[in-house]
Each structure stands twice: as C-alpha cells, then as structure tokens.
Design a protein around this ligand. Sequence first.
Ligand SMILES: [Zn+2]
Length: 284
Amino acid sequence: MNWASCVAITSPTHWMIALQGTSARSASVFQSPTASSAIAVGNPARSADSRFYSPQKFNLLRAFLFEDPRATIPPVGYPIFDLSPSEDKESPKMYAQAMDELNDFFEIEWKLFRPRILIAPNRKILEEIREEETPDWVVGSTIGDRVVVLLSYEISKKGERTYIRSREDFYKLIKHELCHCFTSRVAGSIKPRWVAEGVSLYVADQIGRYPEPKKFLGFLDNNNIFQESGYVVDLLIKVHGKKKFLDFLHSLKNEKPPTAFKEVYELSLEYKTFDNLLSKVKKA
Ligand SMILES: [Zn+2]
C-alpha cells in the first residue's frame, strides 16, 4: 500500500464513513470492495463493510490521520486529503501558512495531531459529509476540532453566490475553517456561535464582506451572526487588546459566556456594551 491509495476514496459512502472515523479516535480501516486500492475509515459497528476490517491498516491510518508518533511509518507531509483527480499544489502551501499564522494569533504551538483538510470534488460529496443539503454559498465547514471539509477551489468559485473569486479568497476560507479548530481547542466546543464565527472572520480578514453595523441587534441571540460577530471581535481587540481577548477565549472553557466576559472585561455581555465600544472607536 502506498500513501496515494489513502486519498483514493471515490465512493461517497466510504467518504462519509471516513469522516465519522476521523472524529472518533477509535477509527478503524476498511478496504473498499469497489476500489481495490482505496481505504476508508470508520466504526465497524456502523459499517456494512466490517468484514474488511484489519488492525494493521488501522495502525497505518491512525498514523496518517493523527500523525501518531507511536506508529511506525514515515511522516506523511501535509494532511490534506484531496479527493479530486486534479493535482492541487497550492492548498498544502496555504495550509502551512494558515497554521503558522493561527499558531501565532492564538499563541499556541499546534504541531502534532493537527486538523485535517478534506477537499470534496463536488457538492454532492460535501453534502454527504455534512449529512444535509447546503446552499450555494456554503463552501466549507468544520467538524469537531480536527476536520475541515472544503469544496475544491475550482468548484467553489463557480457558485453563483459564492464569495470565492480568487486563490486569495480560498486561502481566507482555509484559514477561517482552520481557525474554528483552534477556537474549539482553546475555548472548548460549547462556545457561543458569535465567538466562533467572530474570531474566524477577524483572523481570516473577512469582516469587510459585510457592511459595518451602526448598532448591534442580533448576535447574542444567534441572529446576524456573520454580519455582526466579526465586528464585535474587532472592537474587543481594538479597544481592549488581544491578550484580554485570548483570556476571554480560554475562560470560556470553564465559565458560561456572560460570567467569562464579566470576569475578563468587567463589562456585561449585552448589546449596549458593544454599541458603547463602537461609539468609543468612532470618536477616537
Ligand atoms: Zn465559520
């Protein structure tokens, strides 16, 4: 078996299995019955293909997926799974750059068991992975704190309402989705949505996709998340600095959002607070 065979998962069913396997550390490996060189990952209990289970392949795949240092195989390079037949030489560079910049922003060193990027060659496969239909503008999503699923650049930019128009936009998409993995790692997985989207929009330099709000009206109630939360994070960092913002993220792991916010900023988590920050910045 060579590494190329690991990316040759062509059946959407196996794709779905592969993805479920990556989010559970107890992944197992199957040889696809339809493509002799293909490997899929999954939970034997959930798969009809459990007769293809092999502990040896599990070890290899664990090494491949999680960069497990205990596995006795050579390093595999960039953990990007490209399902399309085309050779994408840009994404590995983008991954490396985004990881460097995100480690820098979050002031951590995420070097092992890094997030994986799965590039779906078409929307059908993206939807199989997400297990739901997706509107035209959805070109990426994150599952847990380890797996990022993207629609390929070539397909993304063809969407009518997509914001992906250039490689630079695609880079921002990669960084945005990887940032969700970092936020989950730092702030825990049960964080408010505005925090997750806000920090991703901020870090990936995507705030300008939406006009600046004159007043904050929805993000705390899970409305206008994309329109408001990037500006919310921008304001917090502009006025109170990045260190405090990171403190806030870290404290979300143990505290409810209003408590964490109050402790770090000595302000209450309500719209008025952010309207005040906005007028403060406007006056300056
Ligand atoms: Zn997002």
